[in-house]
Design a protein around this ligand. Structure first.
Ligand code: HEM
Length: 512
């Protein structure tokens, strides 16, 4: 009898403990339904999903992962959380409902260097400094009025681009398209951002091009390190600390020279103040809206070189390759150019609004081959996306490449069909579905250089098609992809020979 009572008591204690544990688990550990995280593909112990981000064509491997596990995924690198978005509908929801929440990139300054450092514009949180610099940037460089004022600079560079190709054609020389495109975008952007003090004869523009290319490669490492938990990040960054320092010093030396030259000429009378003048004035003004430092100015320039030059050159190569592969596109494009611009003068940027098919070709090229296939932001606060919970301080990775090839939103998503931007993009659809087309990102931190990029790419393609036939050895261009630095490029750089379409060179541009 006594044993029975003890058994009963033990049983009761056991039951009580079970009930109590269940209660504690429910109260303290189990997350309510609302806190369900997005689906997560299988991960490895400790490193989590790190191995998935090490693939060479990362945009492709993440696109495949999303088509298997879902358009919003929760990944983890060690303990650092990432939400990966790969569909137009989820991108739409995030940018429409959470734009403020994701308006910083969440890159803690890695070094006191001129890039990705504490003075960087691209890495800056969405605050007073960012807003001040953005205003200066739009007013003096990238806004519609500023772009109008700087037309002459781009027209000169476009002439130079055409004349060089015409010379190549005369000598029957094969041209590496990306190299020529890079010269065009580098010279144009350097001259635009440096204003009247662009000491070309001293090789500064050429040197800046070299530094911008090095920066593209180094940035990939910095970006990757930023995804790691802080203890590991410090370790990884220390591995290329010296590289960062050397590159930052090279930029510093060159940009300091340009600032000094500007300061020396500040007393002179100029019709227009350029971007450096405006920034130097803000630097010297005790009552400026935001007190910037000299390092802010230099860092800003490095950001603009980094963000603009390669990104604008890569699509020129991709688009020409697509046109060579599509004789129908070439024919229609040439018809449009010949009828709207003519056959004696060279296209100029004021022609672009009258060339809808050329614009559609550029858009389609950027859709299929976005130079930045993935871009990053940061969720400051927890929020709900696609019915899932995203915790605060989670990195957001948007796979723009996958979004712009999402078969739910794009018919024949992998095919080059510029007509799609002529036929279907009516005004209401544009608003609703704008977020399926995101080569320039979106929202408050979307690319401020979109208009300039469209001008540079549109006119370059216009010149190449209006002025030349292109001889190419193979039947088709090989469109295999590669990633160089952070950018999506061609695995086999496009090499072809221009043949001038006119006996005499086309006359340059025209009125401004
Ligand atoms: C085809 C050419 C270009 C492409 C595809 C491109 C693409 C992008 C993308 C995807 C972003 C990130 C957007 C986001 O987070 O939502 C970005 C940011 C940026 N781009 Fe561009 N870009 C191009 C050309 C340019 C040019 C010509 C400039 C200026 C000279 C420029 C300046 C910037 C700057 C300053 C940012 C950072 C904006 C911020 O953090 O708020 N880009 N670009």
């Amino acid at each position: 009898m006594a044993t029975n009572i003890i058994d009963f008591q033990n049983c009761f204690i056991l039951l009580f403990l079970c009930f109590f544990s269940l209660l504690c688990y429910t109260l303290f550990f189990r997350k309510p339904k609302d806190f369900t995280l997005p689906p997560s593909p299988p991960s490895l112990p400790i490193i989590g999903h790190l191995h998935l981000l090490l693939s060479v064509l990362i945009h492709r491997s993440l696109q495949k992962l999303s088509s298997k596990y879902g358009s919003i995924l929760y990944l983890r690198i060690f303990s650092s959380p990432i939400v990966l978005v790969s569909s137009a509908s989820v991108a739409y929801e995030i940018f429409r409902a959470h734009d403020v929440n994701i308006s910083s990139r969440g890159f803690p300054p890695s070094e006191d260097s001129l890039f990705a450092g504490s003075s960087s514009f691209i890495s800056a949180p969405y605050g007073d400094y960012f807003k001040f610099m953005k205003k200066v940037l739009v007013t003096n460089l990238l806004g519609t009025q500023a772009l109008k004022r700087s037309r002459r600079v781009r027209a000169d560079e476009l002439d130079r681009f055409y004349n060089k190709l015409y010379e190549n054609a005369g000598k029957k020389e094969t041209v590496e398209i990306f190299e020529e495109a890079l010269k065009l975008t580098n010279n144009s952007i350097c001259k635009l951002i440096m204003g009247r003090c662009c000491p070309e004869e001293e090789g500064v523009v050429e040197r800046l091009k070299e530094l911008a290319t090095e920066l593209d490669f180094l940035s990939k490492k910095i970006l990757f390190a930023n995804l790691l938990p802080s203890w590991l990040k410090k370790l990884v960054l220390s591995l290329f600390k010296k590289e960062v320092k050397v590159l930052s010093n090279s930029f510093n030396e060159l940009l300091e020279k340009i600032l000094v030259e500007h300061e020396e000429k500040q007393g002179e009378q100029h019709q227009d103040k350029d971007l450096i003048d405006m920034l130097l004035a803000a630097y010297g003004d005790e009552n400026a809206e935001y007190k910037i430092t000299r390092n802010h100015i230099k860092s800003f320039y490095v950001d603009l070189l980094f963000a603009g030059i390669t990104n604008s050159a890569l699509p020129i190569q991709w688009i020409l390759a697509e046109i060579i592969n599509s004789p129908k596109t070439l024919e229609r494009l040439r018809r449009e150019l010949d009828s709207m611009v003519g056959t004696t003068r060279l296209i100029q940027e004021t022609d672009l609004p009258n060339l809808p098919y050329l614009q559609a070709v550029v858009k389609e090229g950027l859709r299929l081959h976005p130079p930045e296939p993935i871009f990053e932001r940061f969720f400051q606060e927890g929020c709900k996306v696609g019915g899932f919970y995203v915790p605060e301080k989670t990195t957001l990775m948007v796979n723009a490449y996958a979004v712009m090839r999402d078969p739910k939103y794009w018919a024949d998503p992998d095919e080059f069909k510029p007509e799609r931007f002529l036929d279907t993009w009516q005004e209401e659809e544009r608003k609703e579905q704008a977020l399926k087309y995101i080569p320039f990102g979106s929202g408050r931190r979307g690319c401020p250089g979109e208009n300039l990029a469209h001008i540079l790419i549109g006119t370059a393609i216009g010149v190449m098609i209006q002025g030349f036939e292109w001889r190419f050895k193979e039947d088709k261009v090989n469109m295999e992809e590669a990633v160089a630095g952070l950018s999506l490029t061609m695995a086999h750089p496009l090499m072809c020979t221009p043949v001038a379409r006119t006996l005499n060179p086309l006359t340059s541009g025209g009125s401004f």
